[in-house]
Ligand binder design. Structure first.
Ligand code: URA
Length: 255
């Protein structure tokens, strides 16, 4: 067995055990694959999660935690089988400002947190220049698992690819739930994949950036992905102009 496969199994087992312990289980029941029916214990956990959501007895933080547990087990598309960690999101559960990128890369897959690599460090600088921190905004991706060129090799660098339309559609309901819980005033779509997924457009990002749209009734600002700024620093000015309009909207309600 390859070392990466071995590490992945170890990681998954550890996560599974922690999740079940969190839910008051003393042992790990068989984890159902997408073909196997759920065990009784798993369906009790699922009902518990659904019950808490439907009774609306949880605050935004708890709702996001429950959602995280659900996504950690998700294998609705092949990305769920190759990822090391599901990357759900980071930041304030009540943020006014939400950033949505395309999907976790190598660093994010290893850390389980969005935008922690080089592009992420630039995003953090942009957020701080806007007067926020990573803790006061919310950062997520349109897909929660690492899209890889070679899914058998999660330990390989430069193995990232954009998510397919099918992967984005399969995962969309998780982002929709995050948006419903957090209720941001404005969403910034970072890059072509996120913009395509959130505004259902085939236009290129250079044509559509800076043009305000709506997603689920919330203002949407499409802009360049920080990775594009690393490749071409000339794009920074446009992104900063877009972010200034976002700041104005947050402080005056005008865009
Ligand atoms: N690029 C993204 O779009 N999302 C991440 O989380 C990291 C890099």
């Amino acid at each position: 067995m390859k070392q990466s496969e071995y590490l992945k199994i170890l990681n998954m087992s550890k996560r599974t055990l922690e999740e079940y312990l969190n839910w008051g289980e003393s042992e790990v029941p068989n984890v159902a694959s997408d073909k196997e029916p759920m065990t009784k214990k798993q369906s009790v956990i699922k009902k518990d999660i659904q019950g808490k959501f439907s009774k609306n007895t949880l605050g935004s933080k708890e709702k996001l935690e429950v959602l995280k547990k659900k996504i950690d087990f998700c294998v609705d598309c092949p990305l769920g089988k190759s990822r090391l960690n599901a990357v759900i999101g980071v930041g304030s559960p009540n943020a006014d400002l939400m950033f949505v990128g395309e999907g976790p890369g190598f660093d994010e897959d290893h850390k389980g947190e969005p935008f922690v690599g080089k592009a992420g460090q630039l995003l953090t600088k942009i957020i701080e220049a806007m007067g926020f921190t990573r803790e006061t905004v919310y950062i997520a991706n349109i897909v929660k698992c690492h899209p890889m060129i070679d899914p058998a090799n999660p330990e390989k660098r430069s193995n990232d690819r954009p998510p397919t339309s099918i992967e984005m559609e399969t995962c969309r309901h998780y982002l929709d739930k995050q948006i419903e819980i957090i209720k941001p005033k404005i969403i910034v779509a970072l890059g072509a994949s996120s913009t395509k997924g959130l505004s259902y457009t085939e236009e290129t990002i250079s044509k559509i950036r800076g043009i305000i749209k709506e997603y689920n009734g919330i203002k949407l600002m499409p802009t360049y992905h920080p990775a594009a700024l690393l490749r071409n620093p000339n794009l920074k000015k446009s992104v900063w102009n877009d972010m200034k309009r976002v700041m104005r909207y947050l402080s005056t309600g005008e865009i």
